[in-house]
Design a protein around this ligand. Structure first.
Ligand SMILES: C[S@@+](CC[C@H](N)C(=O)[O-])C[C@H]1O[C@@H](n2cnc3c(N)ncnc32)[C@H](O)[C@@H]1O
Length: 347
C-alpha cells in the first residue's frame, strides 16, 4: 500500500544516527529522557512461553523501549531488535550498548524481517516476539500526534519517513471512506455522524492538529463513561496511517516461515481486530487436516506448520493490571513451529 522504510542498520558499536524529528520533537524527547520509555507487559509470561534457548537468535519485531529485548538477552539468547520508529532504535541502541554484538538493532518494519535477515545472512531464527501498538513514549510525546490530551500535529506515523499522515486521511478521505474507517478500525458507533461532521468542518478549515479534531468529536458525541470519546477515532486513524493490520498479517507469515523447528512465536495484542488476526493465523497453521462437505474425504492442510502453545490467550495477572493499567487489554498468544508446511514457499 504505502511505502514503508526498511533500511538503516544501527549496530551497537556505532552511535544511532536517526533523530526522530527536528525542533520541538527533539526538545520534547530530551525533556522526557528521565521518564520510563515504556513498561513491558506480560514479561514473565513471554519468557516462560517463548522459552528462548541460550545462544539462539530471537527477533523482537517491536523493540520499543527495549524492555522485552533486555529480558530476552538476560536468558542468554541473542536478539535482533527491530522497530520502525527511529526514536525507539536510538533509545534501545543506547540502553543496551553494553551487550555488544549479542544484539543487533535495526530500523525496520517487522513485515520486512525477511529482507533484514537476508542482509545479515541469517536463514532461521530461534523465536520471535511482536508486542503491538504504540509505546508510552510515542503516546506521550505530543509532537508525534498520537495524543488526544495534548495538542500536536495530526501525524501518527510510527516511521516518520512514510507518506501517509492522519491529517491527510482526515482532510482527503471521502465521507464514505471515513465512515468505513471509523466503523471497521475504530468500532465507533457514531462513525457516520463523525465522518459527516469532519467533511463539513474541513471545507472551511482543514484539520492540521489533534485538539481541534478532539474538540469536534467531544462536541458531537459528548462524554460518556470512562473512555475519552476520541479514543476509537484516534485508534482507527493510527491503524490506517501505519497499515497496522496489513503489517501484522505480513509479519506473522514472514516470521513463522523463518522459525527453526521447535522455535516459538509470541504476539501481544491490545485490541480485538489484532487478536482475531493472530488467532485465525495460528488456527489456520495448526490444523493438520482440512475438510469441506463437498470433498469426498479430508485433505492435508498445506499450511500446517505450527502447534498452539496457548489454546486460549494469556492475560496479565490482576497484580500487573493494577500496577500498569495499559496492560489491561493485553492478550498473548504463542505457537511453536513443528515442521515446514507442505507447500513450502521460502520467504
Ligand atoms: C508496545 S511498543 C513495544 C514495547 C516493547 N516491547 C518494550 O518492551 O518496550 C510497540 C512498538 O512497536 C513498534 N511497531 C509497531 N508496529 C511496528 C511494525 N510494523 N514494525 C516495526 N515496529 C513496529 C512501535 O514503533 C513501538 O515502538
Amino acid at each position: 500500500m504505502f511505502y514503508q522504510n526498511a533500511t538503516s542498520t544501527v549496530w551497537l558499536e556505532r552511535p544511532a544516527g536517526a533523530a526522530a524529528e527536528a525542533g520541538n520533537a527533539e526538545e520534547e524527547a530530551h525533556a522526557m529522557e528521565d521518564f520510563v520509555y515504556h513498561r513491558p507487559v506480560l514479561q514473565r509470561e513471554v519468557l516462560r512461553l517463548l522459552n528462548p534457548k541460550p545462544g539462539s537468535l530471537i527477533v523482537d519485531g517491536t523493540c520499543g523501549g527495549g524492555g522485552h529485548t533486555e529480558a530476552l538477552l538476560e536468558t542468554g539468547a541473542d536478539v535482533l531488535a527491530l522497530d520502525q520508529d527511529p526514536d525507539a532504535v536510538q533509545h534501545v541502541s543506547k540502553r543496551l550498548a553494553r551487550l555488544g554484538r549479542r544484539i543487533i538493532v535495526r530500523q525496520a518494519n517487522f513485515r520486512h524481517t525477511a529482507c533484514v535477515l537476508d542482509e545479515l545472512g541469517i536463514r532461521t531464527i530461534g523465536g520471535a516476539l511482536l508486542d503491538l501498538g504504540v509505546s508510552s513514549r510515542q503516546l506521550e510525546n505530543a509532537a508525534r500526534g498520537f495524543s488526544f490530551v495534548r495538542n500536536g500535529p495530526l501525524d501518527m506515523r510510527m516511521d516518520p519517513q512514510t507518506q501517509l499522515t492522519a491529517a491527510t486521511i482526515v482532510d482527503e478521505y471521502s465521507e464514505e471512506e471515513l465512515t468505513r474507517l471509523f466503523r471497521e478500525l475504530g468500532e465507533e458507533p457514531a462513525a457516520r455522524r463523525i465522518a459527516s461532521l469532519i467533511v463539513k468542518m474541513r471545507k472551511t478549515s482543514p484539520f492540521r492538529e489533534t485538539l481541534p479534531l478532539v474538540r469536534a468529536i467531544e462536541k458531537l458525541v459528548g462524554r460518556h463513561g470512562r473512555q475519552h470519546p476520541a479514543t476509537q477515532i484516534f485508534q482507527a486513524l493510527r491503524i490506517e496511517v501505519n497499515d497496522e493490520l496489513g503489517a501484522l498479517e505480513d509479519g506473522l507469515r514472514v516470521l513463522t516461515a523463518r522459525l527453526a523447528l521447535g522455535a516459538r512465536i509470541g504476539v501481544i495484542t491490545f485490541h480485538s481486530l489484532e487478536d482475531r488476526i493472530v488467532k485465525n493465523f495460528f488456527r489456520d497453521h495448526s490444523r493438520a487436516w482440512l475438510d469441506k462437505p463437498e470433498w469426498p474425504e479430508p485433505r492435508r492442510n498445506p499450511d500446517h506448520d505450527l502447534k498452539l502453545v496457548t489454546p486460549k490467550p494469556v492475560e496479565p495477572a490482576d497484580e500487573e493490571q493494577r500496577a500498569n493499567p495499559r496492560s489491561r487489554s493485553a492478550k498473548l498468544r504463542v505457537a511453536e513451529k513443528i515442521h515446514e508446511p507442505f507447500t513450502s514457499t521460502k520467504l
